[in-house]
Each structure stands twice: as C-alpha cells, then as structure tokens.
Design a protein around this ligand. Structure first.
Ligand SMILES: Nc1ncnc2c1ncn2[C@@H]1O[C@H](COP(=O)(O)OP(=O)(O)OP(=O)(O)O)[C@@H](O)[C@H]1O
Length: 486
C-alpha cells in the first residue's frame, strides 16, 4: 500500500496464522483451577478404578497371571519368571496335544478370555466402524459395547449392548460380514432383551456325528407327551418336541432325514403305544416304504393316497369333533386320565394326499379333514406329524395351522422362509445351508418362541426298527389292524 514508487519491494501478504485454540478450562482463573483440581483428580481416579474393575471382571485369569508374574519378577527376578512361564506354556501345549477334549473343557475360561482379548476387543472398534454399526450425534461417536464373551469351542457367544436407535435386524443384515471379520464360519443374532443382543459366531458344526437311538424307554409313565426327546440340539442338550396340543410339520428335500425324525418320535413313544395310551395312525403314500418298516407301531396304517387314506383322515377328524363335543363342559383338554388314548396321525408324504391327488373330490375331502384335525385337535388329544418335501402354499395351503414347523435340509432360502416364517432365517436358521452329509439335522421353530432351535434327530437303523417291532408285539397289548393298501 505504502510501497515507494520505483521500489523493488512490495508489501508482504498479511501473515495468516491460525490462532492456537486452547481448551476452555485453561482460561479459568487460577483459584478456580485450584478448587476444581481435587474434583477432577477424584474423577480420574474413579474412572481408572472403574477401568481396572472392568478389566478384572472380563479377564480375571489373565489379570491374575499378569499380576502374579509382576510380583514374581519383583521378588525373584526375570529368569525365574521366564522359566515358570516356559514350563507353564510347555505343560499346556503337552496337555492340549495329549487330550484336546479335557484341555478344551478345563481351559474354557482361559480360552474365553484370550479370545475376547485377541479376536473381539482388539478389532472391535474397527469392525464396528467398517460394518456401519456405529453412529454419530452432535459430533460424538457412539459405538456398540462389547460385553461378556463365552468360548464354547464350536462357537463363541458374544454379548453386545447396541447403541440407541439400533435394531437387531441391522445386525442380522451384517451377520455375514461380522462372521468374516471375526474369522468365524457364520454368525447368528439373538435378542436377549431391550438393547441387548448375543452374537453366535460359529466355528464348526457340533452335529456332524451320527446319533444312535438311546436305549428304548420302557416305563410309560415316564414318557411326557409335552417333551419327547427325538435327538440332540447343537448345544448338546436333548432335542425335545411337544406332541400334546401340538401339530408338527416337517419339511425337507429327499434324503434330508425325515424318516429318522419320524422313527425317533415313535421310539420315544414306544411304551405308551404298548400300553395303549398312545394310538398311532399312519398314511404312507409311498406304498409303505417308510411306515411299512414297523407297521406294528400303528393302530391303523394306509399305504397309499387313495380313498382309504382320505377315509382314515375323515375318521380322525370325526374323532376330533366327537371328543370335543364330549369334553364340552367336563374337561378342558385331553389328559392321561381321560380314559382314551392320545392320537397321533403320521403322514409320510403329505403332498401326495392333499396336493398331488388327481381326484379333485378326494383332494378336497383330504384337505378339509386335515384342516379339522390340525385346527381343532389340540384340546381333544389329537396331534399330527406331517412330513413333506415341498413347502409351497399350493402344496400345503394351511401351513399356519401347524404350531411347530421343522425345516430339514432345503434347496432355497425362500423355502426356509415358507416353513419357519419371515425373519427366522435372518436370525440364523439357514436350513438351505444344512450339509448333505448331515441328514437328520434340522431347524425347528415353535409358535410363541422367538428363537429357532437347531438339532439332529437320532438315527434309527433297521435293527432298531426290528427291536421296536419285537417290543411292541412282545406283550401284544395293542392289536395291529393291518396295512390297508390303497
Ligand atoms: N439322523 C440321521 N443320522 C444319520 N443319517 C441319517 C439320519 N437320517 C437319515 N440318515 C441317512 O440319510 C438317508 C436318507 O434318510 P431318509 O430316507 O430318512 O430321508 P427322507 O428325508 O425321509 O427322504 P425321502 O423324502 O426320500 O423319504 C438314510 O438312508 C440314512 O442313511
């Protein structure tokens, strides 16, 4: 501006330096700082104690080991600590090498802590950000909190507190990405309560081994129709289904193992069948290929989908109506002391009876009868176990009348949704991913229960069915009225 004429110099541009921005509290007068200092110090101490308590809560074994090593180091020097650690590691390695099972059982807690630290806590922030599971509000980042982890060998159960405004469905959508990020084969999302979910990060399938049938029960009074054991769940517990007041639909492609589920049920009921407390009715449109293996278990069985099959369905539907009218005002539902047997209808290939039947009239009669049984059979003590390969609406138009639906191996995800209902597959019930090498494995969903269950039915061999036949005919309490070929 005031450059002299002819001068070689020009005015420099005004120096633009960003003014350093100091934290607001530095501007406070000295006496205020002095007053709040102890408060801040106390707060920092409480925070540190909180962090330490959290550390001890999630890693009690690791914290004890590190503390022990530090004390030992201070007391006896580095060499002794080094030797103790080496001996411990060597011992653990040998134990693992000699007996993986006992090692895994006993070292579960240590494994849990190590996995929580190295696999989950280590990468948690990055994975949450990259999976878009964090949120920002008023410039602050909100992140889901990693809570308790439990390593069970085949899966890690990881509890999470979601951020506000988040839904479990958002996690279910990202399940595959989470599985890859945490080096797992698959990931399922389970809701524990408001804002709390649990991720199941699966590493291997615990249901690969064939499960032989247990020793046949012989005490009829010990059989509980509300809890019939038909196999094992993936957590190692008995897989139980409810027959009393329930209608069950089992869907699976050819070779999915529907037969093993059927015979596991009959096996568990054997003592009640023998004493006549349970009466089985069967329809096997495949000419007796399935139910014909042990016909003596059935009070009545029809091999075909013709008029005899329809008449049998109508007979049971009539039984439902007759019992219902008799119970009216006397009893609310069937119990053991009601003086008549619990009726279980088993239909091996349901589609043949209610869909592929070429005679339109027969088809309609079969559908009507089955609808009566499934919709009204609950209270009068009439249950159904229907098996089918194709779950489409055209085949089973009244799927919703079955309270328990079991999806064995299926071809497509859409079929899983048809069987188990919307949203169940997203929660992990991927029946279309069941391996061909594990027949008998299934996902089951009961009405009223949010979480589906994965289990494997016992495998019934020919010898088992022969034994079942001998047992049932041995006392000859239940007369077999024969297979009626349609
Ligand atoms: N629970 C099981 N454990 C081990 N193997 C099984 C089990 N269930 C079935 N299998 C094997 O899988 C094969 C097919 O089983 P199964 O005949 O029961 O299937 P399915 O679903 O009834 O087929 P389809 O619809 O053709 O009758 C059997 O021959 C058997 O060897």
């Amino acid at each position: 501006m005031n450059a002299h004429k002819g001068s070689r110099w020009i005015d420099p541009a005004p120096l633009e330096v960003a003014r350093p921005r100091l934290p607001w509290w530095t501007m406070l007068p000295g006496w205020v700082k002095l007053v709040i200092f102890p408060v801040v110090l106390a707060w920092v101490l409480v925070w540190l104690v909180g962090k330490l308590a959290r550390l001890c809560w999630y890693y009690p074994i690791l914290v004890t080991m590190v503390a022990g090593a530090v004390v030992l180091d201070w007391w006896a020097g580095h060499y002794l600590v080094g030797s103790v650690v080496s001996v411990l590691l060597g011992g653990l390695l040998t134990w693992w090498w000699r007996s993986v099972d006992t090692y895994q059982r006993w070292m579960r807690w240590l494994r849990t802590e190590v996995r929580r630290l190295w696999v989950y806590a280590w990468d948690w922030r990055t994975v949450m950000r990259l999976s878009n599971l964090t949120g920002t509000a008023k410039g602050r980042e909100y992140r889901p909190k990693l809570k308790r982890v439990r390593a069970e060998g085949w899966r890690d159960k990881v509890r999470v507190r979601m951020i506000k405004g988040q839904a479990p469905e958002q996690w279910a959508e990202r399940a595959s990405g989470l599985a890859h990020s945490f080096h797992a084969k698959s990931c399922r999302v389970r809701v524990l309560g408001p804002g709390k979910i649990e991720l199941d990060l699966i590493h291997s399938d615990p249901l690969t081994k064939v499960l032989p049938l247990p020793v046949m029960p012989t005490d009829a009074s010990a059989v509980d129709l509300k809890r019939i054991t038909i196999g094992r769940t993936e957590t190692g517990k008995p897989w139980r289904i409810r027959l009393l007041g329930n209608q069950i639909l089992v869907v699976g492609v050819q070779g999915a193992g529907k037969g093993s589920l059927l015979w596991s049920t009959v096996w568990a009921l054997a003592p009640m069948i023998k004493t006549g407390t349970v009466r089985l009715y069967g329809i096997d449109p495949k000419g007796g290929m399935e139910l014909g293996q042990c016909p003596m278990a059935f009070h009545k069985v029809v091999y075909g989908n013709g008029v005899e099959a329809v008449e049998l369905l109508e007979e049971i539907a009539e039984q439902v109506r007759e019992r219902a009218s008799r119970y009216r005002g006397i009893r609310r539902r069937w119990t053991r002391d009601s003086g008549e047997p619990f009726t279980l209808l088993i239909v091996d290939e349901l589609a043949d009876v209610i869909a592929y039947q070429t005679d339109k009239k027969l088809k309609e009669r079969a559908q009507a009868a089955l609808q009566t049984i499934t919709s009204q059979g609950r209270a009068p003590g009439v249950g159904t176990l229907c098996l089918v390969q194709d779950p489409r609406k055209e085949i089973v138009p009244f799927r919703n009348l079955f309270n328990t639906r079991i999806a064995m191996r299926l071809d497509e995800p859409a079929q899983v949704d048809m069987v188990l209902g919307d949203g169940v597959r997203e929660r992990g019930a991927e029946a279309h991913e069941i391996s061909e090498l594990t027949p008998g494995v299934a996902w089951a969903k009961e009405d009223g229960k949010r979480e589906p269950l994965r289990g494997r039915a016992f495998y019934a061999t020919d010898e088992n069915l022969t034994e079942l036949g001998h047992y049932l005919t041995g006392g000859a309490v239940v007369p077999f009225e024969g297979g009626v070929a349609a």
